[in-house]
Design a protein around this ligand. Structure first.
Ligand code: AMP
Ligand code: MG
Length: 934
């Protein structure tokens, strides 16, 4: 009777009770006495006594070693990550079994290599976990019989002795299967010696935050000595056995050996999709057979995907081939000029006289300028820098550079001089094109390489040029689509921005795909929203002009909130790409009813929330577009979105391939997170003058034609059913601030330039309103601690506005984890708002009063004193933009966000506003003919 009930009891038991009881048992006699009202208490007392005699210190020492540097639970492919694992319940299940043949082979394999079946099962689970999580070191729970062999009469004790112990497995992909399994088995045997320790004690031995579970999945190997014959001999029969096993883990894998080895996956339906579990079960069986079929293999050779699954993700879902004539950027536009010469190409605002520039006129102006550029040295493999704001001029200049065969390098005139100087020195442009009012603030460039477009001399020289399009005969050398079309700088993690060089090769296919997917054509109006220094502006260019649609150039200044809505309305914009942060600022009523002609909104550049889709998708086509600068603007895009859930980033666009790979560059299964790699026509050439960096990010493509490359994005994604991709986050520190790509490492490097800063850390934190803020921390070695103001000024010298941290903390020393690493959770958080206290100084002038009210509104605080600090009140770059927008409305002067970020107080900002108002009055009084009003 005992033998039937002994450990086999667990079949009838809810495992969670078992764990609880075990934990209690190891401590309290009383509970042992009342435990399940057992008739046979004496041996239990013996057991409790036995427990007391064990060397707890030695066990703790063992577990501390076994769990050393285990800082993060092995993640599972959740649909919905359980917030608190203990509330999980594996109430659903799904079973699978090996064939008789495979089961036999597996048993034979284990026997031949002196492995227990349990060790092979655990190895298979460890391997699967590591492939699913992308981690080399995984941890799961395994139930172990805790029936101590050295306890006298242990066989007479009725009850549960099962304990769940963490199994931590290191995956060395170069290790051989057999040796690795044998090691795992030996380590398991060792850990059993200390199996009397409760889970709570084990948890304390780990470096996980207190109270966090050690693992989310457990493996139960059911190998109970249930002997039905012996039971029958005692007149006992087992019938109507209905076992319901529920654990309090999100996932439990119960393996029962037998003629056909069977596996039951118990899972929490609140956490997993049934399809995910189904796939997991298939993969698990596959690993089990792969191990036994390939004893000589290395771990890295074990493939968990079936041939069909592999070909689905690599081939079927990448079937994007599309025949598009290979032409360069300028030819794309020339085709539209031929079709609709009189149609508006660029619409802009210039008082009331603003006449759209027609396609024919645009073509003529670009042709003439292109010829001048060629005369001044522009041509294939050469770079022409454009220090121009969003404007008609920059559209003409971009086309002209393309026609000359050169690559354009946009430079935001609002960038700090130091950054502009760096970009110019790094890129070595043959020419720098700009406007007179900007030229004065630009760093000096070499003799003859500055071309001021509105300078009368330049205007005359351009006008004197023939207006026919230049051909290869006119260019310094023939132009091919492999030549660079543009260079865009993005933040660099090692401290300096890096230039991405993109050729013409992917542009034609991109333009065709855009026209189709966004349904854009003659008569449509596309908003020029993006700053020219980002490749989103190339999306706007390629979406509008080649399709015969017009590009709408909005007035200078930030495009947010009501002002953005107003521009959309006034110009009857039909299509626009707007990043999520800006979309979120447009008032809800306007989105719903105020924009009848705005039929297509493309959201991209940053993760789009479900809420934005709910707000924007009804009544219009809303598309989520994803793409790093390194692959010609867009890599994937979604279908038209419908409200409900976080939108996917969709599938690869024409002539583009996407691979979701693990660290060994193996495709991961559907539903499993991996890193996104991109290949195809749009792949950039690489980083300008950074061969080493290029080699680490643009790597050999094992799935493409020999010699082809793929770009490693650093984005974590997963395939979802049907072949769409879901964005999950980053694998590195890179963040997006209002859609701008920021490497915290670059800001850290800038902070370290201060002589009193020894070390610096910059992290991105989500604030209450959901926007991401940068927070900087410094530690100084010498006695002197720099003032935040000093550091801010230093940063403002080299970094664009969106890279300026909204809070800075000078620390005495870094908070460390027990392990000696930086404890990021222990870093101080900026407080959302500083209570207006004794320091409050009321506004004194009308300007200050209006500004103080504006700040209070935008920063959502009660009142703002004139000396209060913008950042301390929770200000950041998007809020600075909103303030600039309000200033424009209230005072009719245009300040820049930088004015707000550097003035930092209402009083200082009031001075700038008053200066600007004076300038404006003078301009109106004396009229300088320049209506750009910058
Ligand atoms: P950039 O090179 O400035 O275009 O930035 C590319 C990065 O922005 C990507 O690697 C992603 O991290 C992020 N990103 C771009 N588009 C999206 C999107 N639609 N959803 C989520 N992240 C995006
Ligand atoms: Mg992009």
């Amino acid at each position: 009777f005992h033998h039937v009930l002994l450990d086999g009891w667990s079949v009838f038991q809810v495992l969670s009770d078992v764990f609880a009881c075990h934990a209690a048992l190891s401590r309290s006699d009383d509970i042992a006495d009342t435990y399940l009202g057992l008739p046979n208490r004496r041996p239990f007392r013996d057991y409790v006594q036995w427990l007391g005699e064990q060397d707890q210190a030695q066990a703790a020492e063992y577990w501390r070693r076994a769990l050393a540097s285990f800082e993060c639970r092995t993640p599972l492919p959740y649909e919905q990550v359980p917030t608190q694992a203990y509330s999980s319940s594996s109430s659903q299940s799904r079973s699978a079994e090996l064939t008789e043949e495979d089961s036999g082979r597996l048993a034979e394999f284990a026997k031949r290599h002196h492995l227990t079946l349990n060790a092979v099962v655990q190895g298979a689970w460890a391997l699967l976990l590591s492939r699913y999580s992308g981690q080399h070191n995984v941890c799961f729970g395994a139930t172990a019989s805790g029936r101590p062999a050295d306890l006298p009469a242990v066989d007479d004790i009725t009850g549960i002795f099962i304990n769940t112990l963490p199994v931590r497995v290191e995956m060395d992909s170069a290790a051989g299967v057999i040796g690795w399994l044998q090691e795992l088995q030996a380590a398991q045997a060792e850990s059993r010696r200390f199996g009397f320790v409760s889970l709570a004690q084990l948890q304390a031995c780990s470096e996980l935050p207190r109270g966090e579970q050690l693992f989310d999945s457990i493996v139960v190997f059911e190998n109970y000595p249930i002997n039905e014959e012996e039971a029958a001999a005692h007149g006992l029969a087992i019938r109507d056995l209905a076992a319901v096993e529920t654990t309090n883990y999100p996932l439990s894998v119960v393996v029962a050996p037998g003629r056909r080895l069977s596996v039951e996956f118990g899972y929490d339906p609140g956490a997993f999709d049934a399809a995910t579990i189904e796939a997991m079960a298939t993969h698990f069986l596959r690993v089990l057979t792969a191990l036994s079929n390939n004893p000589g293999a290395r771990l890295r050779d074990i493939d968990i995907l079936t041939e069909a699954q592999r070909s689905q993700v690599l081939v079927a879902w990448n079937d994007t081939d599309r025949d598009v004539p290979a032409v360069a950027l300028a030819e794309l536009v020339a085709a539209a000029v031929a079709r609709t010469p009189a149609a508006p190409a660029v619409i802009f605002e210039d008082g009331d006289e603003g006449q759209p520039v027609s396609f024919a006129e645009l073509e003529t102006r670009a042709n003439q300028l292109a010829r001048l550029l060629i005369a001044r040295g522009a041509g294939p493999e050469r770079i022409v820098a454009l220090a121009l704001p969003r404007s008609v001029e920059i559209v003409v200049a971009q086309l002209a550079v393309a026609k000359a065969g050169a690559a354009f390098l946009p430079i935001d005139p609002d960038y700090p001089a130091e950054r502009i100087a760096f970009m110019l020195a790094d890129a070595h442009p043959v020419l720098l094109l700009t406007l007179a009012e900007i030229a004065a603030e630009l760093p000096a460039v070499g003799e003859g390489s500055l071309l001021v477009l509105d300078d009368p001399g330049t205007v005359a020289a351009v006008a004197a040029m023939p207006d026919r399009a230049p051909t290869d005969a006119d260019r310094a050398s023939p132009l091919s689509v492999e030549h660079p079309a543009y260079v865009i700088y993005t933040s660099g993690s090692t401290g300096k921005p890096k230039g991405v060089v993109v050729s013409h090769a992917g542009l034609a296919s991109f333009a065709v795909a855009e026209a189709e997917h966004f349904r854009v054509g003659p008569g449509h109006r596309v908003l020029q929203f993006a700053s020219p220094s980002f490749d989103a502006s190339v999306l706007e260019l390629c979406m509008s002009l080649p399709a015969g649609a017009a590009l709408v150039v909005p007035p200078l200044g930030p495009l947010l909130g009501e002002q953005l809505a107003e521009v959309l309305q006034r110009h009857r914009v039909t299509h626009a790409l707007i990043p999520p942060a800006a979309l979120a600022t447009v008032p809800e009523e306007i989105v719903a009813t105020g924009l009848p002609e705005f039929t297509t909104v493309i959201v991209g550049g940053d993760a789009c929330s479900a809420e934005l889709v709910t707000r924007w998708a009804p009544g219009r086509r809303m598309i989520n577009a994803y793409g790093p600068t390194e692959s010609t603007v867009v890599t994937t895009w979604s279908q038209a979105l419908t409200p409900g859930g976080v939108p996917p980033i969709g599938r690869p666009i024409a002539n583009t391939r996407t691979y979701v790979l693990d660290v060994e560059l193996r495709p991961v299964p559907v539903g499993v997170p991996g890193e996104l790699y991109v290949a195809g026509a749009g792949l950039a050439r690489g980083y300008l003058n950074r061969a080493g960096l290029t080699a680490t990010r643009f790597v050999a493509n094992p799935f493409g034609p020999p010699g082809s490359r793929m770009y490693r994005t650093g984005d974590l994604v997963r395939w979802i059913a049907g072949g769409e991709l879901q964005f999950l986050g980053r694998s590195d520190a890179q963040v997006k601030i209002r859609g701008f790509r920021v490497e915290p490492g670059e800001i850290e490097a800038s902070l370290r330039r201060h002589p009193d800063v020894d070390e610096a850390v910059v992290i991105a934190r989500k604030d209450g309103s959901g926007s991401t803020r940068l927070v900087g921390y410094t530690v100084s070695a010498g006695g002197r601690v720099p003032e935040p103001g000093e550091l801010r000024a230093l940063l403002a010298d080299s970094l664009p506005d969106y890279m300026l941290p909204s809070a800075l903390f000078a620390l005495d020393e870094w908070p460390l984890t027990p392990n000696g690493k930086l404890d990021r959770h222990a870093l101080p958080m900026p407080t959302a708002a500083v209570p207006a206290g004794a320091d409050y100084t009321a506004p004194r002038t009308d300007t200050e009063r209006v500004l103080a009210q504006t700040w209070a509104d935008v920063l959502a605080v009660d009142k703002v004193g004139v000396d209060d600090n913008f950042f301390e009140l929770g200000g950041d770059s998007i809020r600075s933009l909103l303030i600039v927008t309000r200033i424009k409305a209230a005072f009719d002067v245009t300040l820049t966000p930088r004015d707000v970020l550097t003035a930092r107080s209402v009083s200082a900002l009031a001075e700038r506003v008053e200066d600007a108002v004076l300038c404006e009055l003078e301009r109106v009084a004396f009229g300088d003919g320049n209506d750009n009003g910058k």
